[in-house]
Design a protein around this ligand. Structure first.
Ligand SMILES: [Zn+2]
Length: 91
């Protein structure tokens, strides 16, 4: 279970009707683009408490997959790379 910077961030991320989202596999926060797709715009600071959010791991994620010879969207991507299990050791 990840701890977000503040109560409001946690509240809004847990609320599926809100446009703020958290992508566990990339440790990335974003604002949804309401075009019916799954795009979002990354945010680097919390809109409510102003905290700097943790560095996104998206580039590292892509590097890890590259090492496995896999590409973004490949059906062979191991389960742990679909969640935060590949970086979040639980502490
Ligand atoms: Zn916050």
């Amino acid at each position: 279970m990840i701890h977000h910077c503040c109560h409001l961030m946690t509240l809004y991320i847990d609320d599926e009707d809100m446009i703020v989202l958290y992508v566990p596999k990339f440790r990335q926060y974003g604002i949804q683009v309401l075009d019916g797709g799954s795009s979002y715009i990354e945010i680097k600071y919390c809109p409510w408490c102003g905290s700097k959010l943790p560095e996104s791991l998206r580039d590292r994620w892509l590097e890890e997959l590259e090492k496995l010879g896999l590409e973004f969207g490949s059906p062979e991507i191991p389960e742990k790379y679909k969640t935060d299990l590949w970086w979040n050791t639980g502490d």
